[in-house]
Write a protein that binds this ligand. Structure first.
Ligand code: ASP
Length: 587
């Protein structure tokens, strides 16, 4: 054994014992001949004191020791002298008076300090991730992630779920992103695809009679790096047979509700049971399908108030079948022209033509909308929104899509600007009744809003020919604090319906057979009704850890340009490897 105790373990009750510790030199201080070393391991810090009466060679050798050297130290535990106690440190009652030590490995000068929280350039942190992970914050995040995953495993195992591993080398499993392909050496010109999720495999496990499956599953999606995404990420993937939507929701709600106090006691649920909204309602009230429900500031539809308005901006949008919606920024009537211009720029970048403002000041209405809004309209607005003197109303008039996008984002802007939320509140909610298909302007075709294995509402089946946009699906999202935390659905388990969906998506019979023949065939061998969901683990841990992005809770993430800057990947392949893979790289 390298150590008799960890660096977080010793207390006053150990005084008098001779102990051996091993760890890193966290800090080193020289107090006029007496050297102090804070020795660190994963479990904590212990102060080691090196008295000047030790043999000269020992003193000389220890004098050379620097930050992050790995040492093994033997010494005697002693109470700290009066006035030197450190109540902030769990081991603050004692110190270890060193007798002997051994250098297990020295360390070069470090690219950044481990013992401080100073801001370090992220690429530098990622290049030396193994050093970055030594820092307290990262250690806490790794441990939290472990507790979260362990809780999930235990909770589901106790409820008859079994964890089943599924392959990474598989075939295209669409979730709306591009596939990562892996060339086959044995079959020239043929490729595996890394699964965007284990979607097909978990459904096939249901056909196999597993009934309750889960997996801590890695998903691979080749997306342009926009926002806080990673090429690979982790989901709690689960699937259940003989269930309706509410059975799946109850299982997941139960899991998360039980998990919160166990892994992050400082966090609290906003509401229990979790609120449920339809997709249409979520978009209408919050502008987005992943609302942050920790605060109000909902969107109001003011269209009915302005049907006879002479204000060209409102009139034009309503006449074109669009809408006029507003939100109320409480206490913001005093916003300056400059601040309002900034907000106008903000919504313009989101596609809106402009932003109409109406400030309810003690001297009467002000702002760009003031001279166009009649006293009767103003009274109706106050009634609709509950706004009163001191508040600022902001309107966007445009197509429903633009209005919701702009005001939805503006709502979040005010959330941050006015500090409207408590970071320890977890506002979980369910969003239900999604449309099954979305029209893609780009591809001029229907896309699956969730994925093509989602069950359309059976009562909507006749709309396949007449009005695909109106078909609802049995899909659901779990949202929290403005993030989509999970997507799931009741699945198709009938070949005829699956074929119908593929057909509408423009996947012809031949392509369907080639890509998904195994699924279609499985549905003809006694497939049980089934459904599932896949909560994202990275995002969840990010919220629980109060981190600003998922890279902070992934041990070895790619940077924002999708590169591993530590190992320097991706990197060119050896020409011999390429030849074996039958691949020629074009310059
Ligand atoms: N495959 C997931 C599901 O369970 C969805 C997802 O990966 O986002 O429906």
């Amino acid at each position: 054994m390298y150590k008799t105790h960890t660096c977080g373990e010793l207390r006053a009750s150990h005084a008098g014992q001779t102990v051996t510790l091993a760890g890193w030199v966290h800090r080193r201080r020289d107090h006029g001949g007496v050297i102090f070393i804070d020795l660190r391991d994963r479990f904590g810090l212990t102060q080691v004191v090196i008295n000047p009466d030790l043999p000269k060679e020992t003193l000389e050798l220890i004098g050379n020791v620097r930050s992050e050297w790995v040492l093994q130290i033997t010494g005697k535990v002693q109470p700290r002298p009066e006035g030197m106690l450190n109540p902030k440190m769990p081991t603050g009652e004692i110190e270890v008076a060193m007798q002997t030590f051994e250098v297990l490995n020295p360390a070069k000068a470090l690219p950044f300090m481990i013992s401080s929280d100073e801001e370090v350039d992220e690429n530098m942190r990622l290049k030396y991730r193994y050093l970055d992970l030594r820092r307290e914050r990262m250690r806490r995040n790794l441990e939290l992630r472990h507790h979260v995953v362990k809780f999930m495993r235990d909770y589901l195992s106790d409820r008859d779920f079994i964890e089943v591993e599924t392959p990474s080398l598989f075939k295209t499993t669409p979730e709306g992103a591009r596939d990562y392909l892996v060339p086959s050496r044995v079959y020239p010109g043929q490729f595996y695809a890394l699964p965007q999720s284990p979607q097909q495999l978990k459904q096939l496990l249901m056909v196999a009679g597993v009934e309750r499956y889960f997996q801590i599953a890695r998903c691979f999606r080749d997306e342009d790096s926009r926002g806080d995404r990673q090429p690979e990420f982790t989901q709690l993937d689960l699937e259940m047979s003989f269930v309706h939507r509410d059975d799946v929701l109850a299982m997941v709600e139960g899991l998360f509700t039980a998990m919160l106090p166990a892994v992050s006691p400082q966090k609290r649920l906003m509401a229990s049971p979790w609120p449920r909204l339809t997709y249409t309602e979520a978009v209408a009230r919050y502008g987005v399908d992943k609302p942050d429900m920790r605060f109000g500031m909902e969107l109001f539809d003011a269209g009915a108030i302005f049907t006879k308005s002479e204000f060209a901006v409102f009139q034009g949008s309503l006449a074109a079948g669009g809408m006029v919606k507003c939100l109320v920024a409480p206490g913001c009537a005093g916003y300056s022209r400059k601040e309002l211009d900034k907000l106008t720029e903000f919504v313009k970048e989101l596609g809106a033509k402009g932003l109409v403002s109406l400030a309810l000041t003690p001297e009467g209405p002000k702002g760009s909308g003031a001279k166009f809004i009649t006293p009767a309209e103003l009274a109706a607005l106050e009634k609709l929104t509950g706004a009163s003197t001191g508040d600022l109303l902001l309107f966007v008039a445009d197509s429903a899509k633009v209005v919701h996008k702009a005001l939805g984002a503006l709502r979040l802007w005010f959330r941050d600007a006015l500090n409207l939320v408590d970071k320890d509140v977890m506002a979980f909610a369910w969003v239900l009744d999604f449309p099954m298909f979305e029209w893609s302007e780009e591809g001029q075709k229907w896309d699956a809003a969730h994925h093509p294995f989602t069950m359309p509402r059976l009562s909507d089946l006749d709309k396949f020919e007449t009005d695909p946009g109106a078909i609802l699906s049995d899909a659901y999202d779990m949202v929290c604090n403005g993030y989509e935390m999970a997507s799931g659905s009741i699945r198709i388990h009938r070949r005829d319906i699956q074929s119908k969906v593929f057909e509408l998506l423009g996947i012809g019979a031949e392509e369907a057979q080639q890509k998904f023949g195994h699924m279609l065939e499985a549905f003809e061998f006694g497939a049980p009704p089934h459904g599932g969901i896949a909560p994202g683990i990275d995002r969840l841990v990010m919220l629980l850890a109060d981190e600003p992005n998922i890279r902070e809770v992934i041990a070895f993430p790619k940077n924002q340009a999708a590169r591993d800057v530590m190992a320097d990947a991706p990197s060119p392949a050896d020409p011999k490897q390429l030849r074996e893979l039958h691949i020629q790289v074009k310059e």
